[in-house]
Design a protein around this ligand. Structure first.
Ligand code: NAI
Length: 809
């Protein structure tokens, strides 16, 4: 036992335990047993089994929880659905008052929340007290503001409906706040499922909701494991799902919701790089690494788990790190002087142990401090791997524990290549004293968040979310609010049979796959005529389809009026390759992109009569309508040319000495499947916004009347569009859509088509978790200024990257 005198003599840490009584009394008051919170009260679930929540500090059970089944899930969703009309109908101001009241109560009970969180999760009290709970309050305050400003800041948008929210165990109350605060601010109602290991603070939160008299049913909390989550995911009355957890479960949810019309956001795993250049301040770097990988025992989705060090300083940094690791304190999470607490559960501890053994067997060098971790409870020491092969399992797989792998690089471009060499893209840290280098590297990293000379900084005003297999969607900031809103035109567009089969339907059986050999003409000059088969447009050139076949296009009376090339899998692959090579388009200035869109409009206008004549024979077009469509297409090109240099990012007002730059970034390669109807206007409406923001496109034009788009090749050729920036492959949208959905180099995919095709696209893209935008067969009025153009198109054409740049000494 340490005495003050002994401590004074040795200058060693003495224990500084936080008193747990406040939380133990709360548990006792509830007789260590909890029911789900449904429709404003804790509801009996007599037929449901129970399970135990364990204190990871000692493995002892601390509470009994309900394993909610179908009956509880149904009751919770019904309560949320019943509460939705009144809650979404409240003024923003009234909702703001409720959110404000929640924030106040969290602050008032912060000690109870912090101690309970630490007992249930095993994280150090210093973190739950100083980071998790203050951030929870901050989220509710910030979103009280969004509720107040909703009508002004999000005109034309409305609440999505009943939201199902599934959260993990690493930041139990914080993840709850990230999900519930924006959902309520936007006017949604919620059914939330906490992780089975850590449900207690969510149930305490439910009591806060009772205290502030939040209307019954607005928030419901159901406890249980993955099978409860699965019931929630599949519930037909859920309109939006938000999930944070493993990439594996994210993929299951993507598949399960495909084609259901549920809005989805996924915040998944990561293997984030922590890049150190040789001019970095190494002492700061060492403390940065401590925060990056030993914060919350490394159980952090954005943990800087891959240390990438410039070769010349690697040895020195590793030495410093080992010295610092020796001084870290692992132990009782309630001890205020402890740096690293307990791992959440035995299953997670075993997973870490297994991956560390795998790292050793792969030949990497494992280093751990000389001291031992406590034997009781679930503890793991801080661990450093050196001599790591970039392709090895420990360099690629998310370990989700206090394990750091270190690799070296020579040049900035090698660092970027190494940093981007995983399937993930959640976060990255860049350490250098050279601001030019930092700001050059940051945009090149495939990550939703980049911290310069800092790490693991979070705030409600700044969006958080990933690229690639780290998921899609953002939480926090203005960008996070959109995840809980829908444009009201989209909501109102009812699914109609006509829409399905005629207007937006991509019915491949109707495409006459005549498989006629393509006309043997190599001339590149264009002569409008019905007896010529245009080819595909790839890399700025007209290319014969790989199949060598074409398909027939018919006019309004069903008469044959021409043929176009029948593209296949290989043509899509070639088109993606051409788009890949056209990376300079994404780097070009917004001014240049605007100029080129204006030029397209100018050249379309110069040949307007040709396009009018062509459209006039297409199904559903009189000459007047054809004229209107061409004229609207020209106007739409002007509209997005205007936006190209005005769709700007923001500088978030975070409460740190930081500039936090929210930059809209083009996806890179975007796939587009156009609807059958309005073959010119829908095509222009879909290509212009992503082109304006710097995406390279692979487009499947209207299958019913692609001739008007193949005529457009000439307009592209004469408008300075660089080869590969836009690639056009005519053919069966079903077949080509699947290839686009499964292609790893296509970062996002839009599809306006039938309900069936929407479902296929969402399902086929679950492998690489690509962001998709589909219309579920709902018709769109392309002439309408609200539906056919607008911010929603630009928003969907980019993802926001948040770059945190500290200032001051
Ligand atoms: P998990 O993804 O299984 O659990 C997260 C949440 O999803 C929990 O609430 C769980 O009950 C629920 N869930 C599980 N299966 C479900 C299903 N089929 N349908 C609906 N909901 C379901 O994560 P788990 O098993 O706790 O941890 C495994 C690994 O996942 C970790 O080692 C780590 O690598 C990763 N992970 C990543 C997190 C992140 O923040 N990105 C958080 C938690 C885990």
């Amino acid at each position: 036992m340490s005495t003050v005198r002994k401590i004074f003599e040795t200058m060693e840490y003495g224990p500084a335990p936080e008193a747990p009584e406040v939380a133990l009394e709360w548990l006792k008051k509830h007789e260590y047993s909890f029911r789900p919170f449904i429709d404003g009260r804790f509801r009996d679930a007599p037929d449901a089994p129970t399970f135990e929540s364990i204190n990871p500090r000692n493995g002892q059970p601390i509470a009994k929880l309900t394993q909610c089944g179908q009956a509880e899930v149904d009751a919770a969703v019904a309560a949320a659905a019943a509460a939705f009309p009144a809650w979404s109908g409240l003024t923003g101001h009234l909702r703001a008052r409720y959110l404000y009241a929640i924030a106040r109560q969290i602050q008032k009970h912060s000690r109870l929340f912090a101690v309970l969180e630490t007992l249930d999760n095993g994280k150090p009290i210093r973190e739950s007290r100083d980071i998790d709970i203050p951030l929870v309050a901050r989220h509710f305050y910030h979103h009280a503001g969004w509720a107040q400003l909703l009508a002004e800041e999000f005109p034309g948008y409305e609440a999505t409906g009943v939201c199902g929210q599934i959260i993990p165990w690493n930041f139990p109350l914080l993840m709850l706040a990230w999900k519930i605060a924006p959902a309520l601010a936007a006017g949604n109602t919620v059914v939330l499922k906490p992780a089975e290991f850590t449900s207690l603070t969510a149930l305490l939160f439910a009591e806060v909701l009772q205290q502030i008299r939040l209307p019954a049913g607005v928030v419901n909390i159901i406890t249980g494991n993955g099978s409860t989550g699965e019931l929630l995911v599949k519930h037909p009355e859920i309109q939006k799902l938000a999930f944070t957890g493993s990439t594996e479960v994210g993929r299951i949810i993507r598949k399960a919701t495909a084609g259901t019309g549920k809005k989805l956001s996924l915040e998944l795993g990561g293997k984030s790089p922590f890049i150190v250049f040789e001019d970095a301040d190494l002492d700061s770097v060492v403390e940065g690494v401590v925060d990056a990988i030993w914060f919350n025992q490394g159980q952090v989705c954005c943990a800087g788990s891959r240390l990438l060090v410039q070769e010349g300083i690697a040895e020195r940094l590793e030495q410093k790190l080992r010295a610092r690791m020796e001084t870290l304190r692992v132990g009782d999470p309630l001890d205020k002087a402890v740096d690293i607490g307990a791992i959440v559960a035995p299953v997670q501890l075993q997973r870490i142990e297994k991956l560390v053994e795998q790292g050793k067997s792969e030949g990497a060098t494992c280093w751990q401090p000389s001291w031992a971790v406590p034997q009781e409870g679930y503890f793991y020491p801080p661990t450093l791997f050196t001599n790591v092969e970039p392709a090895s399992q420990i360099a690629q797989i998310e370990i989700f524990g206090p394990v750091l792998v270190s690799m070296t690089f020579r040049t900035p471009s090698e660092a970027i290549e190494l940093a981007n060499n995983t399937v993930y893209g959640l976060a990255a840290s860049v350490w250098t004293e050279n601001v030019n280098l930092a700001l050059d590297v940051a945009p090149k990293l495939k990550a939703g968040v980049v911290w310069v000379n800092s790490t693991n900084m979070f705030d409600a005003a700044s969006g958080f979310g990933g690229y690639r297999e780290s998921g899609f969607g953002r939480e926090g900031g203005k960008e996070g609010m959109y995840e809980y809103l829908v444009p009201n035109w989209e909501r109102k567009a009812a699914l109609s049979d006509k829409a399905n089969s005629e207007n937006t339907g991509n019915a491949p059986s109707e495409v006459e796959l005549s498989r006629m050999p393509l006309a043997e003409s190599d001339e590149d000059s264009f002569e409008p005529g019905i007896d010529r088969s245009p080819k595909l447009y790839i890399g700025g050139k007209q290319i014969r389809p790989d199949s060598g076949y074409s398909f027939a296009v018919r006019d309004a009376s069903g008469n044959y009026c021409g043929e176009v090339g029948l593209g296949n899998r290989k043509d899509i692959r070639n088109a993606v390759e051409a788009a890949h090579k056209a990376a300079s388009w994404s780097r070009s200035t917004a001014h240049l992109r605007a100029q080129i869109l204006y030029y397209l409009a100018e050249n379309l206008s110069a040949r307007a009569w040709e396009f009018e004549n062509r459209l006039a024979v297409s199904p559903g077009h009189s000459h007047e309508e054809a004229k209107r469509e061409v004229s609207k297409s020209i106007e739409r090109l002007f509209y997005y040319a205007a936006w190209a240099d005005k769709y700007e990012g923001r500088v978030h007002a975070v409460p740190f000495r930081n500039v936090t730059l929210a930059m809209p970034e083009a996806w890179g390669i975007l796939g587009i499947i156009c609807p059958a109807e309005n073959p010119l206007l829908s095509f222009i409406s879909l290509i212009a916004p992503p082109l304006a923001l710097g995406n390279r496109l692979v487009v499947v034009p209207s299958w019913r009347f692609p001739l008007v788009v193949t005529d457009f090749y000439q307009v592209l050729d004469t408008s300075d569009v660089p080869g590969g920036a836009i690639n056009l492959v005519t053919g069966d949208p079903d077949e080509l859509g699947r290839v686009l959905a499964q292609h790893d180099d296509v970062a996002a995919l839009w599809c306006i088509g039938s309900k069936e095709l929407s479902e296929k696209i969402e399902r086929d893209s679950s492998g690489n978790l690509k962001a998709t935008w589909v219309n579920f067969g709902k018709p769109r009025d392309w002439f309408d200024g609200g539906q056919g153009q607008g911010i929603e198109y630009l928003r969907r054409a980019a993802q926001v990257k948040n770059i945190w740049v500290p200032y001051g000494e």
